[in-house]
Ligand binder design. Structure first.
Ligand SMILES: NC(=O)c1ccc[n+]([C@@H]2O[C@H](COP(=O)([O-])OP(=O)(O)OC[C@H]3O[C@@H](n4cnc5c(N)ncnc54)[C@H](OP(=O)(O)O)[C@@H]3O)[C@@H](O)[C@H]2O)c1
Length: 255
């Protein structure tokens, strides 16, 4: 435990399960005040109860990231209760619907993974600009490095997210606002349930510790776990023909 997080107000989208939940508990333990945003209010209540039981502070902020008004209300509530938002973690994400040939399915996925993060940034930015400080964090994915045929829309949504946040990093630096993009490999959460054994998978708790440390150091990118980062570094450099043959061997998930 260090003093870095003491009384910092952190808004986490997708805090009801998986990485978002684990990060909320991790930051709460380190003294942060955590705004918990997601659609499942009951699950958020349980996370808030665990944080307060450990001596931390949390606000339950039920909402959908595809609705900008839900996010602006959540930010207004944090502003009233805690005087602003110091850190946004745009973590809410989905891997379904998977059908890459159904335009409505692709739009629905993009609406959460990309536009949902854009909405969260839009909601917190006026508060951060008013104060001349802040930290935006996006939970992207190593799946953003190339177009994986097992999840074309998912890969595209994460590539869009990483590119957007990289550009924001440069645009917002003069305003005192830092930007971090996180690229996890496989993490054991609801999203990966039923997928069997996945290479180099880490627990959500381990992911939360790595993300917290990266945020404390103000890193521009946080990529983990290292064996997956190395593998994806190679995959990124593969010539198209070899990439097509290798990734084409892995069948797409049908669920
Ligand atoms: N698991 C992995 O292997 C992995 C790898 C790389 C990156 N990631 C990324 O990590 C992030 C967290 O995923 P996870 O693995 O922790 O999966 P998860 O356990 O399924 O968590 C997803 C979270 O997003 C929330 N969410 C989904 N749609 C939402 C919406 N419309 N509005 C508000 N919240 C919404 C969910 O809450 P509600 O259902 O309550 O709304 C839930 O809290 C995602 O962005 C994912 O793409 C995951």
């Amino acid at each position: 435990m260090n003093g870095f997080w003491r009384e910092r107000a952190v808004l986490i989208t997708g805090a009801s399960s998986g990485i978002g939940r684990a990060l909320a508990l991790e930051l709460g333990r380190h003294g942060a005040r955590v705004g918990l945003f997601a659609r499942r209010a009951e699950a958020l209540e349980a996370v808030a109860a665990a944080i307060t039981a450990a001596g931390g502070a949390a606000l339950v902020l039920p909402g959908d990231v595809t609705e900008l008004a839900h996010l602006t209300s959540a930010v207004a509530r944090m502003d009233t209760e805690w005087g602003g938002v110091d850190v946004l973690v745009a973590n809410a994400g989905v891997a379904r619907p998977r059908d890459p040939f159904d335009p409505e399915a692709v739009a629905a996925l993009m609406a959460v993974n990309f536009q949902g993060a854009v909405n969260a940034v839009g909601a917190v930015l006026p508060v951060m600009q008013r104060r001349g400080r802040g930290h935006l964090v996006a939970i992207s994915s190593l799946a953003s490095v190339r177009g994986f045929p097992q999840g074309p829309a998912y890969s595209a949504s994460k590539a869009a997210l990483s590119t957007y946040f990289e550009a924001l990093r440069v645009r917002l630096r003069p305003y005192g606002i830092a930007v971090t993009t996180v690229h996890p490999g496989f993490v054991d959460t609801e999203m990966t349930q039923g997928a069997g054994r996945l290479p180099f998978m880490v627990t959500a708790e381990r992911a939360a510790v790595i993300i917290r440390r990266g945020m404390e150091r103000g890193k521009s990118t946080v990529n983990f776990p290292w064996p997956a980062v190395l593998a994806m570094g190679l995959v990124r450099r593969l010539p198209d023909g070899l990439f097509d043959r290798l990734v084409g061997r892995v069948p797409p998930r049908q669920d």
